[in-house]
Ligand binder design. Structure first.
Ligand SMILES: *Cc1c(COP(=O)(O)O)cnc(C)c1O
Length: 414
């Protein structure tokens, strides 16, 4: 439960009182009614500049790269949702990550989760390494490994939890303590969980980053990134890079993210409910080998996931008993409701095959070591009826098994 920062009318207009309300209610009513017209939806301020009464005398806005009222509404909304001080909106998740990396100086070191998002891996190793920043990758699901990896040069610890695509869980609170003792910043990429499930700043992290392209936008119709900091001064530093480097989120896309966030809690509940059902179904299917989902009791970090988040998310990964690229290809082209595409977190269910899509450029040996085997399949559970999703998976698994059996029997004669 959160306390609203301003009084809210209940009963008659005379009777304005502060009262405690649930996070979802607070979220819906924290999006202000337009003071100029009473518009209940946030206006899209599609403008590049703002007229000044005299040089430097304005209504709080001067140029739209620096600040725009629609974007500012989104920025304060995400700051509130993540329980932070400063929210900053970027044109993509990677632009948001890039602005955080600009806090570092030559000689500094990043200690990052080993199965980091591919785009962040490319940014850190192929862009920032050439400026004298070193990157160390560790299995952050064991806090002791983080403790052993850090040095006085470690200025940034980078977590994703759950990770992509094997849904490993790291203990944010334990790693925040390690970061603090070493004077390092802890940044958590909270894209997979979303603030509806997990608030890293409340668990001790300094920075949260989002690809708002995924659950926050929620409808697979935009690219956006968000940063939230716990500390005002740190947020202002990142805001400086937003303006100085210019990768801002446009007014219309800011409005779309606000609109997505308005139903975030409701969508996430359904994503989680269906994902749990699907993970349990897959676990008992004879064609399936391993299932990766933090909501399963035998997930190695189920207890930590349960402790630090309100739910286990909408992503489920699994491998086939027939561990081959062919079997996986047959499956991902055999689903009907699950559309074959990269990305996640939208209304429509998606299926992807990391070994031949997102993780294709990683050498097979390294990929296998990270658990991304040839038959690993990742599902982003959408908002369709779970019973229909189960039927689709069932038929795709059946036809996959048939295809594999037929090709195998053809091969037998020699
Ligand atoms: C998609 C994604 C990103 C990158 O975000 P874009 O909006 O595509 O730039 C970063 N982190 C995670 C975990 C992601 O899934």
């Amino acid at each position: 439960m959160l306390r609203l920062p301003f009084p809210v009318a209940i009963g008659t207009a005379m009777e304005k009182k502060m009262f405690i309300m649930q996070a979802t209610t607070q979220l819906i009513h924290s999006i202000p009614v337009d003071p100029l017209t009473g518009a209940i939806s946030v206006p899209i301020y599609q403008t590049s500049t703002f007229v000044q009464e005299a040089p430097g005398v304005n209504k709080g806005y001067d140029y739209a790269r620096t600040s725009n009222p629609t974007r500012a509404t989104l920025e304060s909304l995400i700051a509130q949702l993540e329980n932070g001080k400063v929210g900053i909106a970027f044109s993509s998740g990677l632009a948001a990550i890039d602005a955080i990396a600009k806090l570092l100086r030559p000689g500094d070191e990043i200690v990052a989760v080993d199965d980091i998002y591919g785009g962040a891996y490319r940014l850190f190793t192929q862009v920032y390494q050439q400026f004298g920043i070193t990157i160390k990758f560790v299995d952050t699901s064991d806090p002791e490994k983080v403790f052993n990896a850090i040095t006085p040069e470690t200025k940034l610890i980078w977590l994703e939890t759950p990770t992509n695509p094997t849904l490993k869980i790291s203990d944010i609170e334990a790693i925040a303590k390690i970061a603090k003792a070493n004077n390092s910043l802890l940044c958590v990429d909270n894209t997979f969980a979303s603030p509806a499930l997990q608030q890293p700043l409340s668990l001790g992290a300094d920075i949260v980053v989002h690809s708002a392209t995924k659950y926050l936008g929620g409808h697979s119709d935009l690219i956006a990134g968000l940063v939230v900091t716990k500390d005002k001064a740190l947020g202002d530093k990142i805001k400086f890079y937003q303006n100085a480097c210019g990768a801002i989120l446009a007014p219309f896309d800011s409005w779309l993210v606000i609109r997505g966030i308005e139903t975030l809690h409701l969508r996430i509940q359904q994503h989680c409910r269906s994902a749990q059902e699907i993970a349990e179904f897959l676990q008992h299917h004879p064609a399936v080998d391993k299932v990766y989902y933090p909501g399963l009791k035998d997930h190695p970090n189920h207890a930590i996931a349960k402790k630090q988040s309100k739910g286990f998310g909408g992503i489920v990964s699994f491998t086939l008993k027939q561990d081959s690229i062919d079997a996986a290809t047959a499956f991902v082209t055999g689903t009907q409701l699950f559309k074959l595409a990269e990305s996640l977190g939208g209304i429509k269910s998606l299926v992807s095959h990391p070994a031949s899509m997102t993780h294709k450029t990683i050498p097979a040996e390294k990929r296998h070591a990270a658990g991304v085997t040839d038959s690993l399949i990742r599902l982003s559970i959408g908002l369709e009826d779970a019973a229909d999703l189960l039927k689709d998976l069932q038929q795709a698994l059946e036809s996959t098994t048939n295809i594999i059996e037929t090709t195998e029997s053809k091969a037998v004669p020699c």
